[in-house]
Design a protein around this ligand. Structure first.
Ligand code: SF4
Length: 910
């Protein structure tokens, strides 16, 4: 499948291999570029080993996100456009003044897994090496710091042992706390394909929710939230009782097994104890344990359900304990694999992007490491203690201890826990600097200094994915406006602050060479102290850098072409080269439900959105699958709390509140509710889930507990529900519920309010502030008795605006948005169709597609159901053959299968 903007001329195109900007799978992209028209055709890169030509709906839509309209184009200070010199001068001098008055710990950087490795390296070098504080943390703290801490405890280093190829060699794949189908779709496709090739393969999904990932599960364990340590402690005990231990490996290559096993036995002596703690069916637990016991080729993939927890590090080590106990590590088809969230979360780990790390996998608390890095950087100002991790860092801003913060490529006002407090902290902060590629985010709204950074398609440098592949993300287009690379901005500020000698970079390759050289500095290649060693690239030429092909680190004298799998030699990075078991016991979360907050809030990602939607929401096709923030509720909880499917709920925790559309689903665990993480103030006025989330963190990793917040829920009793579709974006309509959806030819606003206007038309015109012209033709329908009001506005027979309101939220009182949306693509609307619009019913020739299921080919739910019925389709392959749905990235296959089963059930019932 190829995507290209409508008017690209093929004779002006050239091809570039690059890397996806979104998740840690790190898929390769073959981009066909029309520079003059700023158009990019995106397709999978067959030569990239991690993705082998595949892209999911997000990656495949990157070409739709490159418009200049949304971009921050020039530097601004206090809302005024300034030159780069002035912006850098203001930033540098104000940082210096605060440091002189209050010391280096009064300033901070907050970075992102969206930064390229070179950007990340320079930011870390400036703060830790020359400003002399370690107050540099990153949004990767929110997504993978528990994996880092767990790896270090077990292996002595932050080493990912496995690789994606192991999926093809495994016979048992255990997915823990991971909706892989939606959050890492190309890994999921790979597992699905491996399972289809290998009928003996079993897939176990461990997740409180029944997600799309369960589509390929042989067993789903819907455990009680946070009880993963209990489940894996029980597994360790079961492995010991079942004689499945690798005694030789344990004896020769590990330390601490006896203590870990004894602790596990005390915690979970048998399956009955596990079943009681996790609330899982005894037989299901036993089945999982037996499969794991009997299958040496066991691969455990885990993600945010494990890591975003106050016991996240223990959960990671509980998994690692089971792999170490069976010697299932460092061999094909077995081992643990942490799936990282962002495209360069791993690169951030390499350069020491977290506040408790030094560069190149060295430790800030280790005197030898500090001395080594200080000599390499030729500095006498190296930070001598860890800085503040994300939650503490924003708390220090709130308390006034940190007086200046520079936020790079991230949106903490949306993504941080207790996000309202983060917002208030930034409002009070003396100096807030934000560098970003987009013009409007909830965080940029609070910035004193705004710096335009280059975005994907413009910036150029390296990223590392979940399986240690370093890939080149290449520039495709010239920078938007005055946008600059992040490394350039940071280096110029460093020069302004007087550190010019250490930041005199002219090209990113110079930074990459330095980063590679530091990784090998006093590190005995191949049998070194540190796992991360890419010294083989320390003298890479510019030509080789530009032509660099994806390679897995380490890259050094021993592994000049990279290393697929770590620990094949059973040598770990502890002082005695042995791995460590960790003695663990299940710990309850700090905040538990009570009468005031009786439900557990779980949060996560959706299939077609990325983080705080700053980029993915620019691609209309990605906004149609789940257009509004929603809350999934179990049917019994819905009854208890008076919630109706499709209505709006108000959620409240001890930290904040939000509104969301109610989805009643029996796939949700009773007692839990789920809310997606994505919506910001820019798209949903009161839809920021971060406002609700408790700021409790794991004591070892500092990673927040984003999957477990006690909340209360109640229906929002709106006097009316409705939607506005218009070709022009409108400002805040000042309604209780307001969500903006960017579509291909129009904007859609989902609305609800507690008061019905006395005169609808006057109210609507007032809200639109006269944006519609006098020569436009207004048509309206009002049934006061039924509480229905509809308006359509035309200009020369072209539909300009539709507004529909009703006292209830559902069809038919509110007509199909997808059908009305299709009319915006038409140059003219006939008189017959105009009557249909006011009647709120599709006319015969205009079939309603329904909510988008396949984002790649824009196929809707109703269209798929019609095909299943009319053509008696019985499998997703037949649906694909009939309408193409599911035949590109495959992310929608679980939903297509679910629709087939719904239609079949309905036919049987009829
Ligand atoms: Fe990008 Fe999707 Fe691949 Fe992730 S799985 S890297 S979002 S194409």
């Amino acid at each position: 499948m190829q995507y290209i903007a409508k008017s690209a001329a093929s004779n002006e195109l050239h091809s570039v291999n690059t890397t996806c900007a979104y998740c840690g799978v790190g898929c390769g992209i073959q981009a066909t570029v029309n520079v003059e028209r700023r158009e990019v055709l995106v397709q999978g890169d067959d030569s990239h080993p991690s993705s082998q030509g595949r892209l999911c709906s997000k990656g495949a839509s990157l070409g739709d996100t490159l418009s200049l309209q949304s971009r921050l184009l020039y530097p601004q200070v206090n809302g005024q456009r300034v030159s780069w010199d002035e912006a850098i001068d203001t930033l540098g001098s104000r940082f210096q003044k605060i440091i002189q008055q209050h010391g280096p710990d009064a300033v901070a950087f907050y970075g992102s897994g969206q930064l390229l490795t070179e950007d990340y390296y320079v930011a870390n070098k400036l703060m830790k090496g020359f400003i002399g504080s370690a107050n540099i943390d990153t949004n990767s703290r929110l997504c993978m710091s528990s994996a880092v801490a767990g790896h270090k405890r077990a292996f002595g280093s932050d080493t990912v042992p496995t690789c994606y190829d192991d999926i093809d060699h495994a016979n048992l794949i255990v997915l823990v706390g991971s909706n892989t189908a939606w959050c890492h779709p190309i890994i999921f496709q790979r597992i699905r394909a491996a399972k289809e090739r290998n009928p003996d393969m079993k897939v176990v999904v461990i997740d409180p929710r029944e997600t799309a990932t369960c589509d390929i599960a042989d067993l789903h364990l819907a455990l009680r939230s946070t009880t993963d340590v209990a489940l894996f402690n029980g597994l360790l005990v079961h492995l010991a009782q079942g004689d499945a231990l690798d005694q030789e490996f344990i004896g020769d290559r590990t330390i601490g097994f006896f203590d870990a096993l004894e602790a596990a036995k005390r915690d979970m002596p048998d399956i009955a104890a596990v079943s009681a703690c996790t609330e899982l069916d005894h037989e299901k637990v036993k089945q999982f344990y037996q499969w794991f016991l009997n299958e040496p080729r066991s691969l455990t993939l885990y993600s945010q359900g494990v890591k975003q927890s106050s016991s996240g590090v223990d959960k990671v080590n509980a998994i690692l304990n089971c792999h170490l106990a069976t010697g299932r590590i460092g061999k094909p088809g077995m081992g643990p694999l942490s799936l990282t969230g962002q495209p360069n979360a791993m690169g951030g780990r390499e350069v020491g992007g977290l506040a408790n790390q030094l560069a190149a996998h060295m430790e800030i608390t280790d005197d030898t490491h500090r001395d080594r890095v200080a000599r390499f950087w030729q500095t006498s100002s190296l930070a001598d203690k860890p800085g503040l991790a994300a939650v503490d860092l924003f708390e220090a801003i709130a308390a006034g201890r940190i007086k200046a913060i520079w936020i790079m490529a991230t949106n903490p006002v949306v993504s941080m826990p207790d996000a309202d407090r983060v917002k208030e902290a930034l409002k009070k902060c003396e100096l807030v600097v934000v560098s970003d590629c987009v013009a409007n985010t909830d965080t940029l709204d609070l910035a004193d200094i705004k710096l335009p950074a280059q975005g994907w398609s413009e910036k150029d440098g390296m990223v590392t994915n979940s399986e240690r592949y370093i890939s080149h993300q290449r520039a495709l287009l010239p920078p938007a406006g005055e946008a600059k690379p992040d490394w350039w901005i940071i280096s110029r500020v460093a020069q302004r602050m007087g550190y010019g000698h250490a930041f005199d970079y002219q090209h990113q390759v110079e930074i990459f060479r330095e980063h590679a050289a530091l990784s090998g500095f006093e590190n005995n290649s191949g049998f070194g102290e540190r796992d991360f060693d890419i010294s083989g690239l320390a003298e890479i030429s510019l030509a080789d850098y530009q032509a660099f092909k994806p390679t897995q680190w380490p890259i050094n004298k021993t592994y000049p072409a990279g290393r697929k799998r770590m620990f094949e030699d059973q040598l770990f990075y502890t002082t005695d080269r042995k791995a460590r078991f960790i003695a663990l016991s299940y710990q309850k979360p700090k905040n538990v439900t009570d009468a005031q907050y009786p439900l557990v809030l779980n949060t996560g990602r959706l299939r077609d959105q990325w983080h705080t939607m700053t980029r993915s929401a620019l691609a209309p096709r990605l906004n149609q699958h789940r257009p509004e923030p929603f809350v999934e509720v179990h049917p019994e909880d819905a009854v208890v709390h008076g919630l109706e499917d499709g209505e709006i709920a108000h959620l409240r925790s001890a930290w904040g509140q939000m509104y969301a559309r109610i989805n009643v689903r029996d796939t949700q665990r009773k007692g839990d509710v789920f809310v997606p993480m994505h919506w910001s103030e820019q798209y949903a006025k009161k839809g920021r889930m971060g406002a609700l989330v408790n700021p409790v963190v794991d004591a070892l990793s500092g990673q927040p507990e984003s999957k477990h917040t006690p909340v209360a829920i109640r229906p929002f009793h709106a006097a009316w529900h409705g939607f506005l579709m218009t070709r022009v974006s409108v400002e805040d309509l000042a309604l209780a519920y307001q969500v903006k959806v960017v579509a291909e030819d129009y904007y859609r606003y989902e609305l609800a309010a507690i008061k019905t206007p006395r005169d609808w038309l006057t109210w609507l015109k007032d809200k639109l502030h006269g944006q519609l012209k006098d020569d436009m033709e207004w048509q309206q329908y009002h049934d006061a008795g039924a509480g229905v009001f509809r308006v359509a506005v035309y200009q020369h027979a072209r539909l300009m605006l539709v507004f529909c309101a009703s006292s209830t939220a559902s069809e038919p009182m509110l007509p199909s948005r997808n059908w009305l949306g299709s009319l915006f693509m038409r140059p003219e609307i006939t008189a017959f169709e105009r009557r249909s619009v006011l009647a709120g019913m599709a006319s015969g020739s205009q079939e309603d597609q329904g909510v988008t299921v396949c984002a790649c080919y824009g196929v809707g739910e109703k269209a798929i159901c019609r095909l299943i019925e009319e053509q008696s389709l019985s499998c997703y392959q037949q649906v694909g053959a009939s309408c193409k749905a599911g035949t590109n990235c495959g992310s929608c296959i679980p939903e297509i299968k679910s629709l087939i089963s719904q239609v079949r059930k309905k036919e049987t019932a009829d």
